[in-house]
Design a protein around this ligand. Structure first.
Ligand SMILES: O=C[C@H](O)COP(=O)(O)O
Length: 252
């Protein structure tokens, strides 16, 4: 049985005091349970502090982006070497907000995915369609292209360790959630795509999250689906209580 991975993506929110307080509030309540993994995806300025605070606990710390190069003249960017050096374990790649506002492409997502593995970071690779693409019946072909390109050139072992987050863009921060059946259908399709580029064992092992207006009220139904192995959560991950409820749902 695949573990459930609950990742709270704070996006560009909180101050350092609020970030520290959040971790203080949740860290001792994250269960040591093989069925669930809990991650906070925090802005860069908080990472040092959060890694320090979560040492020896069951809460992991993720970045929300990185460059694919190890170092160089890339003003304003953060490298995988820097993240690894800090003790960060995960990195979100290809979030739709980065694709839309910061020119992230399938090609850069692929380069970043390789860079993550080269430096011992676990990538959380985001894919998903816009409303226009869904209405044009392009969801399946779009996520297929995004997944295939993101995973291009990875070994099966690396694909097994990759976390894929299916996030329909129209459901992000809008309060609109894909129905659990629709979300599951796309996640099952993603698993088939993974199988087509790897093998059965890899596709059965890979963790596929759903993201888009996940909250305590709908998480149980989503996680009960056959191919949804966790959630990438924005708004509902900002409050400690709500985040803990989501993690608890993952351990059911
Ligand atoms: O990374 C998280 C997703 O973009 C979902 O955000 P949301 O839960 O606020 O809809």
């Amino acid at each position: 049985m695949r573990k459930k991975v609950i990742a709270g993506n704070w996006k560009m929110n909180k101050t350092i005091a609020e970030a520290n307080q959040f971790v203080d509030d949740v860290v001792n309540s994250i269960p040591a349970d093989d069925r669930v993994e809990a991650i906070v995806c925090a802005p860069f300025p908080f990472l040092v502090s959060l890694v320090e605070k979560t040492k020896g606990t069951n809460l992991k710390v993720s970045a929300q982006n990185m460059h694919f190069e190890e170092n160089g003249a890339f003003t304003g960017e953060v490298s995988p070497v820097m993240l690894k050096d800090l003790g960060v374990t995960h990195v979100v790649l290809g979030h739709s907000e980065r694709r839309e506002y910061f020119a992230e492409t399938d090609e850069t997502v692929n380069k970043k995915t390789h860079a993550a593995f080269a430096h011992g970071l676990t990538p959380i690779v985001c894919v998903g369609e816009t409303l226009e693409q869904r209405e044009a019946n392009e969801t399946m072909s779009l996520v297929e292209t995004q997944v295939k390109k993101a995973l291009e050139g990875l070994s099966n072992e690396q694909v097994t360790k990759t976390i894929i987050a299916y996030e329909p863009v129209w459901a992000i921060g809008t309060g609109k959630t894909a129905s659990s059946e629709d979300a599951n259908e796309v996640c099952a399709h993603i698993r088939k795509v993974v199988k087509s580029v790897t093998d059965e064992a890899t596709s059965e092992a890979v963790v596929i999250q759903y993201g888009g207006s996940v909250k305590p009220a709908n998480v149980d139904e989503l996680l009960a689906q056959s191919d949804i192995d966790g959630a990438l959560v924005g708004g509902a991950s900002l409050e400690a209580d709500s985040f803990l409820q989501l993690v608890e749902a993952g351990a059911k």
